[in-house]
Design a protein around this ligand. Structure first.
Ligand code: WT7
Length: 644
């Protein structure tokens, strides 16, 4: 059956072809439960009529004014969706539920890292919280279109802050709370934020992170910020600058805070947020997402892929500071009227049973996390998950990097007890929503995200732009627009076109390489640019290098990513020292520390090696690929452009 030249579809449909490498086939009860029973039927329809598919989805949401056009491609690659309409994502994520049976349903449940605090918010209560924060932000002179940077730990107020900005039409820019001074400062500066929302501190593995102190250091070089709103989390003493800094809990006691506050009507194409991510060159770029298209994209993908039901307790264990948190902790679940769980801490603190305990305690039905977390928990053995009742789980998810078969099997067998299909979702900050993913009724192959989402087409191309044969590796590109697609790079339209749409004109370049097998399943191999994925987090070699260069001993440096058992990839640095500096183990350690201090702990290099010279092209570009090959003892490839 798996022979080439497959005869006409109809003739074979009676007997499904035996897919090679399938480890899970949807059981009849999974299919019976699923909102969507036949993947093929919807896929076929959406392929024929992309706009029709998305229009029907958009109709399930509420619009202040309907669209004139579903998709406007006239200025491609500057695509526009649902043009002419008026909408606000918060109206659909919060407001609209208040007139339904969901009014008193839990929207958000939160537990603190130490397990001593639990908070829950119905949609009704969430609306009050968001309104109060929105009214306070607005009173600080934040207007429609103004940028607001959010730099917080994983607490409910981080969610309120995002929604509050969106409610009044301000553009949020969340900076991951694990980033440090340089990263924060660069992002505030580039976005020219008027307001910073932060906390006194946050908790991570029992330690306190000094968010306010880091923010103060960053703000020394950010003149655009007029006000700082500080949410109290740790309660320890922090310095407050008069006029500029304001305690959130104090403002809540004033008449400025209003429990009912209007939601601003926006154009569908108005920006909702920017989110900085690492690219192949230079400083991080701000990816722009909008109210209309992003809303429809995240709503639809979560509904179908995680099969959201009223009674679900859905947990995406990412951080709100990454796109995964934006789309699938905050917006996607709330748009679906789901109950989203937010946990303050990490996976293995105070012990490796913590996550499993939370699943039992809250009856989590869907768990969405990253391979790095699974590998990290797997190494502590089966006893930890086996101590807890995980029978509430019905679906699992994976994101951030390719999942290795060993981790897949452990997740499937030990966590999901062989009952729960794993949704391996491939997507990016830029795509805003899942792009290659199964749904619960699709047979699964460990390590493959199955096929492109409804209506999408993914091609795998060689250097010349020709499709490669099945089974061969090539560049992964997307050839059809989708509603949650990035609308550009904030303030840099040229870079948007150059970076994503110029390698193969008219096609979206993902930056990943992949292969497709004979069954049409996609296998992501990894980034082909200078992006490193450390524990699923995206970092640029250039950022690490610019942190290193600020150290007085460093003349020049190169950072590369090499395979790492737990993290997927680890950062390795090569450093050329200044003449007066002396190489030593102590200095190497100091440099690792230096990077962590400037960028954040996730960027701490695995090692720093000293060298006299870096391999460069004649035009002076560092050839990281050569360093990478050498470090792994692999062939160094074409060296014709090497300087000497
Ligand atoms: C890059 C995007 C979008 C959520 C988190 C990451 C890699 C993402 C998968 C997956 C293999 C994956 C790709 C992609 N990636 N998901 N399921 N299988 N690789 O977003 O930080 O923008 O990173 O993450 O390399 O290009 P991001």
């Amino acid at each position: 059956m798996a022979k080439k030249k497959s005869p006409a579809r109809k003739a074979t449909s009676a007997k499904k072809p035996a897919l090679k490498g399938v480890a899970y086939r949807p059981t009849p009860d999974v299919i019976a439960q699923a909102n969507l029973k036949s993947w093929e039927t919807v896929a076929r329809k959406a392929n024929r009529d992309l706009e029709g598919f998305w229009e029907a989805e958009a109709r399930e949401l509420e619009w202040y004014k309907p669209w004139k056009k579903v998709l406007d491609s006239s200025k491609a690659p500057f695509y526009k969706w649902f043009t002419g309409s008026r909408v606000n994502i918060v109206h659909n994520a919060v407001d609209r539920h208040l007139n339904t049976h969901r009014k008193n349903k839990l929207a958000l449940i939160w537990e603190s890292e130490d397990g001593k605090e639990e908070r829950s918010y119905s949609y009704y209560k969430l609306n009050r919280e968001v309104s109060r924060m929105a009214s306070i932000i607005k009173s600080m002179g934040v207007h429609k279109g103004d940028r607001v940077t959010i730099y917080m730990g994983r607490i409910p107020e981080a969610v309120f802050a995002m929604l509050a900005c969106a409610k009044i039409g301000a553009v949020h820019s969340v900076v991951f709370g694990g980033f440090s001074v340089d990263a924060l400062q660069g992002r505030i500066e580039d976005s020219e934020s008027k307001l910073l929302i932060t906390c006194d501190g946050s908790y991570q593995n029992g330690k306190r992170i000094e968010l306010k102190q880091i923010a103060d250091a960053a703000l020394e070089r950010c003149p655009s910020v007029q006000n700082v709103l500080v949410v109290q989390r740790t309660g320890h003493e922090v310095s407050m600058q008069p006029e500029r800094d304001h305690w959130y809990h104090e403002l809540l006691e004033t008449p400025v805070a209003q429990e009912r506050f209007p939601t601003e009507a926006m154009d569908a194409e108005d920006p909702l947020f920017i989110l900085y991510t690492s690219g192949s060159t230079g400083r991080p770029k701000a990816i722009v997402h909008t109210h209309g298209g992003y809303m429809v994209g995240t709503y639809t993908t979560l509904k179908y892929v995680f099969d959201i039901k009223e009674e679900d307790r859905y947990w995406c264990a990412a951080d709100p500071g990454w796109i995964t948190g934006h789309s699938y902790i905050v917006y996607g679940p709330l748009l679906n009227g789901a109950t989203s769980f937010l946990y303050e801490g990490g996976p293995a603190f105070p012990n490796p049973g913590r996550w499993w305990q939370l699943i039992e305690r809250y009856g989590i039905t869907i768990l969405y996390t990253a391979p790095t977390a699974i590998r990290g928990l797997m190494r502590f053995g089966d006893d930890w998950p086996n101590q807890y009742d995980l029978s509430s789980l019905r679906l699992l998810g994976s994101v951030g990097e390719p999942i290795n078969p060993e981790a897949w099997r452990w997740y499937f067998n030990v966590v999901g007890k062989k009952r729960c299909p794993i949704m391996d979702t491939w997507w990016q900050t830029e795509t805003g929503m899942f792009m290659i993913t199964p749904t619960p009724v699709v047979p699964l192959k460990p390590g493959s995200g199955a096929k492109p989402f409804f209506g999408q087409v993914a091609e795998i191309l060689d250097e010349a732009g020709k499709p490669v044969k099945d089974g061969e590796e090539g560049y992964l590109v997307l050839t059809r627009p989708w509603p949650a697609m990035l609308r550009g790079i904030y303030g840099d339209p040229d870079r948007y076109v150059k970076q994503y749409w110029s390698t193969y004109p008219g096609k979206y370049m993902t930056g990943d390489s992949a292969r497709r097998d004979k069954d049409g399943y996609y296998w992501i191999i990894g980034r082909v640019d200078d992006v490193i994925k450390v524990s699923g987090h995206r970092l640029g070699t250039a950022e690490v290098e610019s942190a290193l260069i600020t150290h007085p001993a460093v003349a020049e440096s190169a950072a590369i990513g090499l395979p790492h058992e737990l993290k997927g990839q680890g950062i390795h640095c090569f450093v050329v020292l200044r003449q007066d500096a002396v190489a030593s183990d102590a200095l190497a350690e100091e440099l690792r520390q230096h990077v962590a201090q400037h960028m954040g702990a996730i960027a701490r290099p695995e090692d720093v090696r000293f060298t006299d010279k870096l391999p460069k092209t004649r035009s002076g570009k560092i050839m990281r690929r050569v360093l990478k090959a050498r470090a792994q003892g692999l062939p160094e490839g074409d060296l014709s452009t090497l300087e000497d």
